[in-house]
Write a protein that binds this ligand. Structure first.
Ligand code: 4GT
Length: 245
């Protein structure tokens, strides 16, 4: 999958994607990253990339011409890519949307800086606006990094173990269960016996029950949105019963 990132801070995005499984995927050529810096398309001696907002007020906007020229170049190099602007006004990123984006062969992500971009650039050049959530960043780069990370790990062969994406939080519409590693005891806190039992059926059942229970405790609205199977309902009933004093 090919990513084109429009950003005033290309090293921030490129460096972030050199680590861990995504870094490996970039090295192997499973995903490919190109950056497009509006500053390289600025035409004045100062290479100006910001401009004042009509109507006044504090803060600047991204200067239109260098921004549009950099997006146009990204589109020339990634001809099939939808152009996504990362902003708090966008559609909320979910694992469902991440899966949708992971199906694409190419993707262009536009990172805003300052107070953002001119609305006509959104209308003319942007296909889709995506938000990470209801909070404000000083730039779109951390959001672009998050999108590339979440999408990249779903690209075939990026994750070592074939099933690791299938069991994550949200892949099965539930929060993930707890995980434990060595040692078996940390300051009186023991690993649940079932995980040491070697009984794979009981372990799978326990994990499913914890996933259901934690979702019920922490994110009840996720459960309200889905119909549980009879088996899942029994596991959750058990969890609820056991959680009462
Ligand atoms: C938050 C998000 C985002 C920002 C988010 C325009 C200038 C947007 C700064 C940028 N803040 N981008 N993508 N919640 N800030 O996803």
């Amino acid at each position: 999958m090919k990513w084109g990132i429009v950003t005033l801070f290309p090293t921030m995005v490129a460096d972030a994607l050199t680590h861990g499984v995504i870094g490996k995927a970039v090295q192997k050529g499973l995903v490919n990253l190109s950056t497009f810096n509006p500053r390289a398309y600025a035409t004045d001696v100062h290479q100006t990339v910001d401009d004042r907002p009509f109507g006044g007020g504090p803060g600047m906007l991204m200067k239109v011409e260098p921004l549009r020229a950099s997006i146009a170049d990204a589109k020339r190099q990634l001809r099939s890519a939808p152009v996504v602007y990362l902003s708090p006004q966008g559609e909320m990123l979910t694992q469902k949307l991440v899966h949708e984006l992971a199906e694409l062969p190419e993707l262009i992500l536009v990172c805003g800086r300052y107070e953002g971009i001119d609305e006509r650039v959104v209308e003319l050049d942007i296909d889709r606006e995506i938000s990470l959530g209801d909070f404000v960043l000083s730039g779109g780069e951390p959001a672009a990094i998050a999108v590339c990370d979440a999408v990249g790990r779903l690209v075939p062969d990026v994750l070592g173990h074939i099933d690791s994406a299938a069991e994550d939080s949200f892949s099965n519409e539930l929060l993930d269960c707890q995980h434990y590693t060595r040692p078996e005891e940390i300051v009186n806190l023991r690993v649940p016996d079932v995980l040491l039992s070697g009984h794979h059926g009981n372990i799978a059942k326990w994990r499913r029950k914890q996933a259901l229970g934690r979702t019920w405790l922490r994110r009840p609205e996720i459960l309200e949105k889905q119909e549980l199977s009879d088996a899942d309902q029994l596991l959750l009933d058990e969890f609820v019963r056991e959680s009462k004093p």
